[in-house]
Design a protein around this ligand. Structure first.
Ligand SMILES: [Zn+2]
Length: 190
């Protein structure tokens, strides 16, 4: 506790020096600023008095012109407020990315928040929505696997044939979309 005294007296000395420095600086600057301060204050009060006098004064404007000006002002306010209210919130640019080709098939989707949803396969040739098919198939002599396929009824052609089911395929496409969004490479596919 005895060490407190020298520190507090040092702080007092520093405070005294700082106070002296500040008062010296103020004393030096104020005489320079005073000549400017008075005209600035005078100009401000003159301006306020002038504007007040102008506002209470009446002008010989015809009523039709007064109504016309008021109408124009009201119209402007309505247009500006209307534009603000009706303008949809700006979409982030990546939400324009709603289609891409994966595994030889065109895919389209929309967004719920930041999430791609409603992922749908489209025939790259005729733009028809493809039909999912799922079935167990023999992959060799001893093994069989669940397979998913996408079929175009218009072209009468199978466009995709992969291991897994419909859910797995859609999640696979989701991951492809997600990686392009995350890495920014979706812009290359545009
Ligand atoms: Zn087709």
């Amino acid at each position: 506790m005895s060490a407190d005294k020298p520190i507090s007296s040092l702080q007092k000395s520093l405070a005294a020096i700082a106070l002296a420095a500040v008062s010296g600086l103020v004393g030096w600057i104020v005489p320079y600023l005073l000549p400017f301060a008075k005209p600035a204050w005078q100009a401000t009060t003159d301006f306020v008095v002038g504007v007040s006098a102008h506002l209470v004064r009446s002008t010989p404007v015809p009523n039709w012109l007064l109504y016309l000006i008021c109408g124009a002002v009201v119209l402007c306010v309505v247009v500006i407020v209307g534009a603000f209210i009706s303008a949809p919130p700006a979409e982030p640019p990546y939400k324009q990315y709603r289609t891409d080709n994966f595994f030889g098939v065109k895919w389209v989707w929309r967004y719920s928040g930041d999430d791609p949803i409603g992922i749908c396969p489209i025939c790259p040739t005729c733009q028809t929505v493809l039909v999912y098919g799922e079935q167990m198939e023999a992959i060799d002599h001893w093994n069989s696997a669940y397979m998913v396929s996408l079929f175009c009824e218009t072209c009468n052609m199978r466009r995709l044939h992969e291991k897994g089911d419909r859910t797995y395929l859609n999640e696979k496409i989701y991951r492809q979309i997600e990686v392009r969004l995350r890495t920014g490479t979706w812009q290359d596919s545009r």
